[in-house]
Ligand binder design. Structure first.
Ligand code: ZN
Length: 160
């Protein structure tokens, strides 16, 4: 296990544009492993390179469905349809959630850890995670596009 520190909002690195991966070598595989370890330790459903200070276009996602761990290198969204609105959080913005509109379904073209190009289509939470993580590679965060912050209501006084 190599769990890395997750950068928090306010850190300039999170706002930079990540560079494409050109070498599909051991260094990339170690980065992917560290990112997965870090995501699972933090109990997140996705993590992008910049969140651990690495400005490379690399994303890991696991929304606890049949896909298991998804590794995306140089991903780009090539199709999007529909709309969903729902709560969204980010490991770089702890203790907070926002209500964010995203496409209902997206198709991503990416490379795997060996450089092989593939396409992946996700709906619902997976579509949301794909959009959210790929945004990170361009220095974008959900707080930029949220409709409103979701504020948990205080426990009200006992009432009938
Ligand atoms: Zn995030």
């Amino acid at each position: 296990m190599a769990v890395k520190e997750i950068l928090k909002i306010g850190n300039d690195t999170l706002r930079k544009t990540s560079h494409p991966v050109e070498k599909f070598n051991l260094r990339l595989w170690l980065l992917l492993r560290d990112m997965a370890d870090t995501m699972y330790k933090a109990e997140g459903v996705g993590l992008a390179g910049p969140q651990i200070g690495i400005l490379r276009r690399v994303v890991v996602i696991d929304v606890q469905d049949d896909h298991g761990l998804i590794e995306l290198v140089n991903p780009e969204i090539i199709a999007a349809e529909g709309e969903q609105g729902g709560p969204e959080g980010c490991l770089s913005v702890p203790g907070r959630q926002g209500f964010v509109y995203r496409p209902q379904k997206v198709t991503v073209r990416a490379q795997d850890r060996h450089g092989k190009v593939f396409e992946l289509t996700g709906e619902d939470l997976l579509a949301r995670a794909l959009c959210h993580e790929i945004d990170h590679l361009d220095g974008k965060m959900y707080v930029d596009i949220e409709d409103h912050e979701i504020v948990e209501e205080e426990d009200e006084e006992e009432q009938e």
